[in-house]
Each structure stands twice: as structure tokens, then as C-alpha cells.
Write a protein that binds this ligand. Structure first.
Ligand code: TRP
Length: 464
């Protein structure tokens, strides 16, 4: 079986692939604007705490479930003898399909901007709305992106996913460092860093708290079985606790580094930091323009290429989840499974593609008590990433601690690392997965639902 499914050829390969899944639009696009809206460093502090305290144990649990069973997100639960709980896997499949359907559209914006920057079109920032409304152009970019993703996934684990990660992740790292070094030389860079690094705790509201948690969860690719799936390709002798720690560190590191690049850029032009989702697509092209023709093209292209690479290793992991399900459970040949799934997801994404200005009814799709009027893309994001992921994470924690049971979980994590038994780290993971994760994730799920769908701001009321 193992040979038919394939697997990662090395621990490094797994870490890079999983870090590639984690590092994405969430780190470079979403993290900075959430920091901007959530009061700067205060948000960063909360985000870091959530990543290590709450998300890391869930990550270990997902990888352990995957490696133990060597199955996809649905089949893993059945293989452990708890067929009913494979509902978690189906929830994950649904989240994965929905997330990729809109994620690919945003990835297409990033890729489209790369092309615009290469051509020196800095005006694009002021025409962001026209750009996203041009569904033929964005549609073409999103086809390219999805085809590229499917191409890599169709080649399997070591020959596709791992290989892509081994090339893209180191390149991404070099690009981000080069951009930071440059950004720090700009005027007002220090003002940017101050905003970013000195916490203003009075800015913390209930909404900021749960968006920090949501961000941590999304950024680490948790709650939908992506890491169950990647975990299923991990070698039995690998140490999964330290792998998970390294993946978390890389992801958090890249998010933090992205801030060191974005805020100096933004402050160099004296622009407001709370630009929301447009912070990157609207604001940055103007910053690049101010660098002059040659340098502007270089820095601007490099930035959006970086963003596209980051998105690409994430779309790969999102596509792998339903693909692995088709391969394991439906016995479909991998290549065929990949292209079928990619086609379906692309189709599901068409309303999202049309919801950024092209079609009025999709652009002003729904009005909810919490967030107000949303376009279709944001609505799908709300359902899949803000609602389903914490729910999935909650269920995974409960399943691991109380259904699969901790003895089995601990036995799996000590495979590849006998020494972990009885260490504080193991005790912590054990404790967190039983109490901290179910309680906090369950609470976050409820708070998110009440706030967004019913307009009841419980956390804000509690925090005064
Ligand atoms: N983590 C990615 C990001 O930060 C997005 C992503 C990829 C994801 N795979 C996932 C999110 C699986 C949740 C689950 O952009």
C-alpha cells in the first residue's frame, strides 16, 4: 500500500512541504492587514501565543492521525475504527474545496499583479477594482494557477509536492530577506517598525482576539485534515513533534518577517495601515512606483512573485486533500483524480471570480449582522475558513483526546522519538489536546457564529 500511495523521501521534504502549505496568502497578504486593523503589535503578540499554545498541539494531532493510518482525511477515521467520526474528514473535504475555490482567485490577483509589475504598470493600484472586475483576465490567470497546481499534485508526493516545495521554499526565503533588507533602508522605516513592534493593548477588542485565533489556525493550515493528509506520507521513524515545531516556527517566522517588509514599505509613503484587504493590492504599487522605474519594476515584481510562490505551495496542499481522498477511497488513478478535482473546484470558484466587481448581485451578495454586506468570495471565506476550520479543529482535538484516546496518540508520537515520553513537551501536548484546545476552539467557534451570523458581540461585552 505504502508504495502505491507514495511518501515523502525525507523529513526535510515533509517539513518544507508542510511549511509550504502553511506559508501562503495568509502570511503575506492577510497577516499584515490584520495587524494593521488590529492595532499593530498587540495583535502580533496574541497571534504568536495562539500559534504555540493552541495550534501546535492540534498540528501534532493531525500529523499523528495521518501517519498512524496512512490514509486521507476521511479514510483515516475509518481506519482507526471510528467510521462515524469520518464526518470530520467530510467537513474537511468541504472546507478544502471551498477554500481553494476562492483562494485560487486571490492567488490569481497576486500572479496578475506580478505581470503588471514586470510591465511597469504601477497605476494598477488605483485601479484594483477594475482589475478584479475584469473576469476574463483574472479568469485566465486563475486557470493558469489551477493548472500549475494540478500539474504538481498529479505528479505525486516525492516527485511533485516535495520537489516543488524544495525549490520554492528556499527561493521564497531568499526573496523575503532581500525585500526586508531593502525595505529597512526606506525613509520612515523605523516608524513602521514601531507600529509593528510596540503593542498598544488598549486596541484589543473581542473581534481582534478571535481574528488572531482564526488567523493562526488558517495560517497553519489546520482544521481540515490537510496535515492528516500530509502526515499520511510521513516516514514511521520521523519525529513528528519536532517536525510540527519546525513547521510552526517557519510559518510564524515568515508571517513576522512579512511585517518587517510591509510596514516599512507602507510607512515610507506615510499611508494609513488600516487599509484592509487592499493594503497590498492598492497601497504597495504606489510605494513601488516611488522607487523609480528600474528599481520599482525589480522590487515590485519580486514582491508579487514572492506572493505568488507562497500561494502556490498552499494551493498544492489544498488540492491534495480531496485528491488523496479520491485516490484512497475511490481508487481513482492519481492523475485522473487530480484533474477532475481541480476542474470541479475551478467551477465552484466561478461565482467568487465574478464577485469582485464583475457581477453586481455577487459583489453585494449578502448582508450579515456582523460583517455587513459581503461579496460572494468573502462569504465563502467566512463559512469555510472562519467557521468550519475552528469547528474542524475542535472536533479533531476531541477525537484525539477522547475517542482515539491519549494512550494511542502518545504511542504514535513517540514513534521516531522514544525520548519524548515523560518530557514536559509531551505532557503539554497531552494536556492541551484534552483541555485547552477543545475548550478554546469550541468557544471560538461559538463566538464567531454569534458575532458574524447573529451580530451578538459576546467577547466585546465580556472585555468591556
Ligand atoms: N495556510 C495557508 C495560508 O496561510 C492557506 C492554506 C493552505 C490552508 N492549506 C490550508 C488553510 C489548509 C487551512 C487549511 O495562506
Amino acid at each position: 500500500m505504502a508504495t502505491q500511495r507514495g511518501g515523502f523521501s525525507s523529513r526535510l521534504g515533509f517539513i518544507l512541504a508542510a511549511a509550504g502549505s502553511a506559508v501562503g496568502l495568509g502570511n503575506i497578504w492577510k497577516f499584515p492587514f490584520e495587524v494593521g486593523e488590529g492595532g499593530g503589535a498587540a495583535f502580533v503578540v496574541m497571534y504568536l501565543a495562539f500559534c504555540f499554545i493552541l495550534c501546535f498541539p492540534v498540528m501534532v494531532a493531525e500529523i499523528a492521525i495521518g501517519r498512524k493510518t496512512q490514509r486521507n482525511a476521511v479514510g483515516a477515521f475509518t481506519a482507526l475504527g471510528h467510521k462515524k467520526w469520518s464526518i470530520i474528514g467530510y467537513l474537511g473535504l468541504t472546507s478544502g474545496v471551498l477554500i481553494l475555490s476562492f483562494y485560487n482567485v486571490v492567488a490569481a490577483w497576486a500572479f496578475g499583479y506580478f505581470i503588471e509589475m514586470v510591465m511597469g504598470n504601477f497605476e494598477i493600484g488605483q485601479h484594483f477594482g477594475d482589475f478584479t472586475a475584469d473576469f476574463i483576465k483574472v479568469g485566465a490567470y486563475s486557470v493558469i494557477f489551477m493548472v500549475g497546481t494540478a500539474f504538481v499534485v498529479s505528479r505525486g508526493i516525492s516527485g511533485g509536492i516535495e520537489k516543488a516545495a524544495k525549490i520554492l521554499m528556499p527561493t521564497l526565503f531568499v526573496m523575503i530577506l532581500a525585500l526586508i533588507v531593502y525595505a529597512l533602508t526606506l525613509p520612515n522605516a523605523m516608524e513602521g517598525l514601531k507600529f509593528y513592534l510596540i503593542p498598544e493593548f488598549s486596541e484589543i477588542t473581542g473581534t481582534v482576539v478571535y481574528s488572531a485565533l482564526g488567523q493562526a489556525f488558517f495560517s497553519l493550515s489546520l482544521g481540515m485534515g490537510a496535515l492528516i493528509t500530509y502526515g499520511s506520507y510521513v516516514n514511521k521513524n520521523d519525529n513528528i513533534v519536532s517536525s510540527a515545531a519546525q513547521i510552526t516556527l517557519v510559518d510564524v517566522g515568515v508571517a513576522v518577517l512579512a511585517g518587517f517588509m510591509i510596514f516599512p514599505f507602507v510607512f515610507s509613503q506615510g499611508i494609513e495601515t488600516n487599509g484592509g484587504p487592499g493594503l497590498i493590492f492598492v497601497t504597495l504599487p504606489g510605494v513601488f512606483e516611488s522607487l523609480g522605474d528600474v528599481l520599482g519594476v525589480i522590487v515590485g515584481s519580486l514582491f508579487f512573485l514572492l506572493l505568488s510562490f507562497a500561494a502556490f505551495t498552499s494551493t498544492i496542499s489544498l488540492l491534495e486533500v480531496p485528491t488523496a481522498y479520491m485516490v484512497d477511497e475511490k481508487k481513482v488513478d492519481r492523475t485522473k483524480a487530480t484533474w477532475i478535482v481541480a476542474l470541479i473546484i475551478f467551477a465552484v470558484g466561478i461565482p467568487s471570480l465574478l464577485s469582485a466587481g464583475a457581477v453586481e448581485a455577487l459583489t453585494k451578495f449578502i448582508t450579515l449582522p456582523g460583517p455587513g454586506t459581503l461579496d460572494f468570495l468573502s462569504f465563502v471565506a467566512l463559512i469555510a475558513s472562519d467557521t468550519f476550520l475552528p469547528l474542524g479543529g475542535f472536533l479533531i482535538a476531541v477525537f484525539t483526546a477522547y475517542i482515539w484516546r491519549k494512550e494511542n496518540f502518545n504511542e504514535e508520537i513517540s514513534h521516531g522519538d522514544e525520548e519524548i515520553k515523560g518530557t514536559w513537551l509531551q505532557s503539554y501536548v497531552d494536556f492541551a489536546i484534552s483541555y485547552i484546545c477543545p475548550v478554546l476552539l469550541g468557544a471560538i467557534f461559538i463566538v464567531t457564529v454569534l458575532d458574524n451570523y447573529f451580530g451578538v458581540k459576546i467577547l466585546n461585552m465580556l472585555l468591556g
